[in-house]
Design a protein around this ligand. Structure first.
Ligand SMILES: *Cc1c(COP(=O)(O)O)cnc(C)c1O
Length: 435
């Protein structure tokens, strides 16, 4: 077998090894790294394989082929993916309905899988003598906490989190600011788009770049996408075992990193049928699938704030994989769910199913409920639960009319003191805070 190489979606940058793509994050031509060809796996070869680390060894082997990290894939998976991601049935549903629970990690959202895998990979790629990295991370709520938890107290790296003031939930803010040691949290007087712009400006500023070795952990990094495939491997095989059929997923979507992992899992051979993207009122993707006109726009704030993305970065990877509009439409469906429908769905499904959704997961539940009845009765659907409702208690509890239990890992973080720096949405303010 030959070495796997990674190319830019804009295809002018030179091909790199997996390690090279992991270290760079964004390609120098502004594109995103994708494998030059997709490996394939035989679903039957997973017989008897259980647990995410073991599934990762097999499913990701082709992506690691010939790379310096290939011999370490097993230990990276053991360290990073020692997490639960159960696919649980919803017995109260008359139709075959399941939930893929991605909120059992340390910060109670699916971002933990990618952040932890990236941390373990980067740690093994560093020479001990190198100067520490500075990872700048713009977050709409969940990425920052997951990256901080994954990289906290690793002496070879500094983490600087930028988050928009007043636009994350109180408990998300606590998770962004409860760290000490190598993590600094900047509360930016601006929007998430401002935070992303400031990170880009810092990367491009020659004086700052001379002083710091900047790196990125945003969802453009291939090191976050690959591990996210693994829970779709486990979940789709589980549905196949239980029902004999392909699993169909409804995925809450913002930057499309989670959804893209499902697309890849299907493309390499896993038994996955339809993939339905549930967006909030930021509807660039649903509009594109309907009209064929790609019109990214500024983000608008919604109750499902971690999905407030007007210009989803992984769209570029999707369009590289399915270059025509017709081709892409054949692979994915998408719906847009507004705040009122999110609230109604949280109330309704608690009453009907006894399940508690976070506002993001509720977009998936609502998009599912809008499918034609025959479509729901006909095949197994899996709602992807991207965060624990306790992270958004101020939204969810009034709708349920009762408190939401707080998972133990989240409760621990909620008890820690906050540390943060307020900054204006301008590069000099951010630069001063980084010093
Ligand atoms: C980040 C996030 C999403 C969106 O995921 P993408 O990979 O950006 O599409 C959905 N739900 C929650 C809870 C998130 O934190």
């Amino acid at each position: 077998m030959s070495k796997m190489t990674y190319v830019s979606t804009r295809s002018t940058a030179p091909a790199l090894s997996l390690s090279g793509a992991l270290m760079r994050g964004l390609a120098p031509d502004g594109g995103l790294y994708v494998p030059s060809r997709l490996p394939t796996v035989d679903p039957d070869s997973f017989a008897g394989v259980a647990g995410l680390p073991a599934l990762a060894r097999r499913a990701l082997r082709g992506f690691f082929e010939g790379d310096a990290l290939e011999p370490m894939l097993g230990e990276i998976a053991d360290a990073a993916l020692d997490l639960q991601a159960p696919t649980t049935p919803v017995p109260a549903s008359a139709d075959p309905l399941y939930v893929l629970e991605l909120f059992h990690g340390p910060t109670a959202a699916f971002k933990d899988f990618g952040a932890r895998f990236l941390a373990e990979s980067l740690q093994r790629l560093r020479a001990p003598s190198e100067a520490p990295l500075t990872i700048l991370v713009a977050t709409s709520g969940d990425t920052g906490g997951a990256v901080a938890a994954a990289f906290h107290r690793r002496p070879w790296v500094r983490i600087v989190i930028l988050y928009p003031k007043g636009l994350v939930s109180p408990r998300q803010e606590q998770q962004l600011t409860c760290w000490d040691d190598n993590v600094a949290s900047l509360r930016v007087d601006g929007s998430f788009d401002d935070c992303q712009r400031l990170v880009k400006e810092a990367f491009l500023d020659p004086a700052l770049a001379r002083k710091h070795r900047f790196s990125s952990a945003n969802s453009i990094n291939i090191g976050r996408l690959l591990p996210q495939m693994v829970y779709y491997v486990g979940s789709s095989l589980e549905i196949k075992r239980r029902t004999g059929e392909h699993a169909n997923y409804v995925i809450p979507a913002g930057n499309l990193g989670n959804a893209f992992a499902a697309v890849w899992a299907r493309a390499i051979g896993l038994p996955i049928g339809r993939i339905l993207l549930a967006h909030n009122a930021n509807r660039a993707v649903p509009d594109y699938l309907r009209s064929g006109a790609w019109e990214p726009r500024p983000s608008i704030p919604t109750l499902a704030s971690a999905m407030d993305v007007g210009n989803p970065s992984n769209m570029e990877r999707l369009r590289a994989l399915f270059p025509t509009w017709e081709g892409l439409r054949g692979q994915l469906d998408a719906d847009s769910i507004d705040d009122a429908a999110i609230q109604t769905r949280i109330r309704e499904d608690y009453r009907k199913f006894g399940r508690e959704w976070c506002p993001h997961t509720a977009t998936a539940a609502e998009a599912y409920s809008r499918l034609p009845a025959a479509e729901r009765a006909d095949k197994p659907w899996v709602l992807v639960a991207t965060a624990h409702p306790a992270k958004f208690n101020e939204i969810v509890e009034p709708l349920l009319g009762k408190p939401v239990d707080v998972p133990e890992s989240l409760a621990r973080l909620l008890g820690l003191p906050q540390r943060l720096t307020d900054v204006a949405p301008e590069l000099p303010a951010v630069a001063a805070a980084i010093e």
